[in-house]
Design a protein around this ligand. Structure first.
Ligand SMILES: Cc1cc2nc3c(=O)[nH]c(=O)nc-3n(C[C@H](O)[C@H](O)[C@H](O)COP(=O)(O)OP(=O)(O)OC[C@H]3O[C@@H](n4cnc5c(N)ncnc54)[C@H](O)[C@@H]3O)c2cc1C
Length: 386
């Protein structure tokens, strides 16, 4: 099923080997314990930082390796293939969702203060957009940032925030002008140690169990205006651009899980016997896996095309929405149909396919629900504005 992928060079493959070693030696033996604890310990983040796994593509002057984004892709792919969704999701939020906002919208001082620490794994980043009353409709958020001299004073509540327990910094979407709709949204970097920031519960989820996900409360949190990312009122527009990166990243993860799940199912059904045959001998098994394999190959090609577009700085939000819509849908279909071939074993969490199944469901919701992806694509088709 594997297809030739032309853009990775020797240095990417050498890096891939070191990411694999890290996963085998320092992640897999502990992942179950982290799932029970619902968090990845901070020393693992620091170790990942030492090895260059966090924000690899940051420029060297801001603590990164100054390499291309394919190095980030390697980290995402290897975590996805190994099924280690604790660091897999946590690192992704940190490197692909938090750091890029600071790099694009932060002042030089802000970048120098936070990005090197993020690359070293000493400061963990989180993105706080969603609220109990506003998820898909991000411009309906109610968190307020009111200007007071050289500060903003922030009040509000966020929920489902990935890395919420571990985070040292939150990129918070706030209303700076509640009457201006999408143009009244601004993004502000908040140090988690600022008085008035409070973490709520570490939420219990059906999947991604080793990834901490929390409510966060902001009560009269005073933050310098210099912590704003981008212009006042420019937060929504920046989110629309950066969400394309997040959506592509999700597709990169999902296509790997689909590929690995098919491989695992081919291998399991070749061994497992029923009615005097291997399960793989049933035409139903072969036809089902053949169909999934064909669809996965097609979307692997599309995902790689989107990676290429992103590397060229040309990936559009509509292309990213198409990738997320189709690849996450396929991801969920593959893990469901593959689990079926494992029978009862597939329902046991010690089997990777069982974990893959519970971890998959979020991909069609977070980072924009499937229906929101269709809305983005539909508006483009009919030439309508957001
Ligand atoms: C595990 C997890 C991690 C997350 N991490 C983060 C994070 O780090 N930071 C953050 O800010 N948020 C995070 N989220 C929030 C996530 O992005 C939202 O859950 C998502 O955007 C959907 O918002 P909602 O849950 O409020 O659902 P709602 O907006 O209430 O939507 C519910 C459902 O309504 C339907 N729907 C919505 N809009 C439309 C439409 N336009 N047309 C048709 N149907 C529609 C869809 O079926 C949708 O699933 C996370 C969520 C989870 C569960």
């Amino acid at each position: 099923m594997s297809i030739a992928r032309s853009f990775f060079r020797d240095e990417h493959e050498a890096f891939r080997a070191s990411v694999r070693r890290f996963i085998e030696d320092e992640v897999l033996p502990h992942h179950e314990a982290w799932e029970e604890a619902q968090i990845v310990p901070r020393q693992v983040w620091r170790r990942a930082g030492e090895l260059g796994l966090l924000c690899p593509n940051l420029p060297e002057e801001f603590g990164g390796m100054g390499v291309d984004w394919l190095f980030n892709v390697v980290v995402i792919e290897e975590m996805a293939k190994a099924g280690v969704t604790g660091p897999g999701s946590g690192f992704m939020v940190h490197s692909e969702m938090a750091a890029p906002y600071i790099l694009t919208g932060g002042s030089d001082a802000l970048k120098r203060e936070w990005l090197p620490r993020m690359a070293r794994g000493e400061a963990i980043g989180a993105l706080a957009i969603t609220e109990p009353g506003a998820g898909s409709d991000a411009k309906a958020i109610r968190a307020r940032a009111v200007r007071d001299g050289d500060d903003y004073v922030i009040n509000g509540q966020k929920t489902y925030i990935s890395n919420g327990q571990n985070a040292d910094l939150f990129i918070v979407a706030c209303k700076t002008d509640p009457d201006a709709g999408a143009r009244g949204v601004s993004l502000i970097l908040v140090d988690a140690n600022t008085p008035g920031v409070e973490r709520g519960r570490n939420l219990k989820k059906i999947g991604l169990k080793a990834q901490d996900t929390s409510e966060i409360f902001f009560s009269d949190v005073r933050v310098p205006v210099a912590n704003r990312l981008g212009t006042e009122g420019g937060g929504f527009a920046m989110m629309m651009t950066k969400l394309a990166q997040e959506r592509l990243t999700q597709a990169v993860r999902s296509i790997c899980v689909a590929e690995v799940s098919i491989e695992q199912t081919v291998s399991y059904t070749s061994e497992r016997k029923a009615f005097g045959h291997s399960i793989a001998d049933f035409q139903n098994t072969q036809f089902t896996l053949a169909q999934l394999s064909a669809e996965t190959t097609a979307l692997r090609v599309f995902t790689d095309w989107c990676i290429g577009r992103f590397l060229d700085g040309a990936l559009t939000p509509v292309e990213a929405a198409k990738a997320k819509l189709l690849v996450t849908d396929l991801h969920c279909k593959v893990v469901d149909q593959c689990l079926q071939f494992f029978g009862g074993y597939g329902y046991m969490l010690e089997y990777p396919i069982a974990r893959a199944y519970t971890d998959a469901r979020i991909t069609r919701i977070a980072g924009g629900a499937a229906e929101v992806m269709k809305q983005i694509i539909g508006r483009d088709l009919f030439n309508q504005k957001n």
